[in-house]
Design a protein around this ligand. Sequence first.
Ligand code: ATP
Ligand code: MG
Length: 519
Amino acid sequence: DTIGDNLDRTAAARPDAEALVDRTRGERFTWAEFVAEVDALALGLLDAGVAKGDRVGIWAPNCSPWTLLQYATAKIGAILVNINPAYRTHELAFVLDQAGISLLVAARSFKTSDYAAMIDEVRPERAALQRVVIIDSDEWHGLFVRGGDVARVREVSATLSPDDAINIQYTSGTTGFPKGATLSHHNILNNGYFVGQLIGYTDADRVCIPVPFYHCFGMVMGNLACTSSGATMVIPAPGFDPTSTLEAVAAERCTSLYGVPTMFIAELGLDDFESYDLTSLRTGIMAGSPCPIEVMKQVVERMGMSEVAISYGMTETSPVSTQTRRDDSLDRRVSTVGRTMPHLESKIVDPETGLTVPRGTPGELCTRGYSVMLGYWEQADKTAEVIDRARWMHTGDLGVMDDEGYINITGRIKDMVIRGGENIYPREIEEFLYTHPDIVDAQVIGVPDERYGEELMAWVRLKPGAGSLTTEAVREFASGRLAHYKIPRYVHVVDEFPMTVTGKVRKVQMREEAVELLG
Ligand code: ATP
Ligand code: MG
């Protein structure tokens, strides 16, 4: 199936059920209405001369037009290029050039970003960018050809292959400059389908999606999991905001809620948390970065998400490689990233030799199967660095697999700290720091040290009203509980961590700032 075929099938089976709710725009679509809008937009794109393989950029926070464009481009085989809502002119220009975008659809503005002005600034030098359409402008409305000849869309759809490239998604840029993962219908449709299947989505489910569509967490694990199962997509707000998220769950009676750990921490930390009716929640997904056990437990106990899952993956693998199952024990669901997804393979290798290590031994996690991207867009050299000749994707993440196939992510190869010859996984120290009564969030990095090569530095965020916390106090708390070499030498109290828009902590930036701090 292509994404378009799959959507049509879902919609035909339940035309009058609710497909999409955009709370900010005050819009609701049944499946029949949703498909009619997608087809109208697909026709408009065809009329505008958009052909199979053309790159169509989308630069907007979460909103219904984003979703409509996602499916309209898929129906006609145009390649959707997701552009990070946090970008500024320099990065926008980079993506426009790198992906060769000919049509750009953009919001007029978002928060302090005047997208229209930024586009005007970079546009004169870009001949390849033939057309820019601002969402909600007359031109945007003109792109919808309602009551037109939908057979034309079907004719084009019938020529598409599930293995065609359909989407370019840039990685989060946690470890360096983002790379454009090129993904096919087959890659992302199957991944979305299996994510939904493992959670047990039916058309009775209503999924609250505060994670960005620009990232695979939103557009695949959110939108595609819903459109392949008939569950309703609920957009709480354009950007993440804990209040509007919980309001949406309560008002829309959502059964499932998504987030990266920092989002759940923000929601649980709201002063008026107890006032939201979250009794409809059954499940949800926490993913994207290490999911602290403490936070998972609170999500189960205080938010009532008794079936909550953890997923692990990366943009390059569509994204999900492993996920916990509904019937996994609670302990496994909060403390591992689950087992390999159906029809995919995982192995753990010694990063030096490339040989598979025995169960229980840490090494680099590798993924193989339908979800592995076609490659990085026009960067064959970079693709060859991560996908080997046997089609294994080398994730750059450190993991351990137990005898039953449950995987634990212990860190990123690039984040591992080597102090006096001891390999230390910051993740382990972070989990420990979460158990401190005054600490709400903790991140650990390695900083250069003359004596040991590297020393550990912890950045911590304190609970409101916790006052202050000294390095000595933390070291004392850790002493006797952690091996001496794992006790952070430095503790730095902060209000915020440097973050990517996908909610990941930018440790690269933390290390740079730490070096300055230590002078
Ligand atoms: P870049 O590749 O540009 O440096 P990135 O790797 O953060 O950025 P993504 O593809 O968005 O970009 O994120 C994938 C990474 O997120 C994984 O490689 C892994 O390090 C981390 N990750 C995802 N899910 C989990 C999880 N459940 N537990 C731990 N880490 C996770
Ligand atoms: Mg990555």
